[in-house]
Design a protein around this ligand. Structure first.
Ligand SMILES: [Zn+2]
Length: 120
């Protein structure tokens, strides 16, 4: 207790696995069927308490995208990436949305996901 978060999220909360900073809530999940380099990932319409890294062009299974890595503001760990621009028309819905990784392979990328109930 006594911990101050930049934003307090309510509902089912996805937190940084390292420092428990709140990153996103279940209501904002757009898709649970995403895959990243390290396993499964969730696409969120909104995330909180992240800082955004440099934009870069990245080739993904669904084509070329302009993305930026996102970092937990609490501990600086990479928690996923944000889609800035999708070059394929079919992928445009991703723009402005963010993916949080569910990595178990690499310690540095073990991010998200303890789900906690937040009492109001
Ligand atoms: Zn963190």
């Amino acid at each position: 207790m006594g911990r101050v978060f930049a934003v307090t999220l309510e509902g089912k909360i996805y937190t940084c696995r390292h420092c428990k900073t709140h990153l996103a809530i279940a209501e904002h999940i757009v898709s649970k069927s995403f895959h990243c380099r390290h396993g499964r990932a969730y696409l969120f319409s909104k995330v909180a308490n992240v800082s955004i890294g440099e934009r870069e062009e990245r080739m993904m299974m669904t084509g070329m995208h302009t993305v930026a890595d996102i970092f937990c503001v609490g501990c600086g760990a990479i928690v996923g990436w944000k889609y800035e621009t999708a070059h394929e028309k079919a992928q445009k819905y991703k723009e402005g949305k963010s993916v949080l990784e569910r990595s178990v392979d690499i310690v540095k990328l073990q991010m998200v996901i303890s789900v906690v109930r937040w009492k109001t």
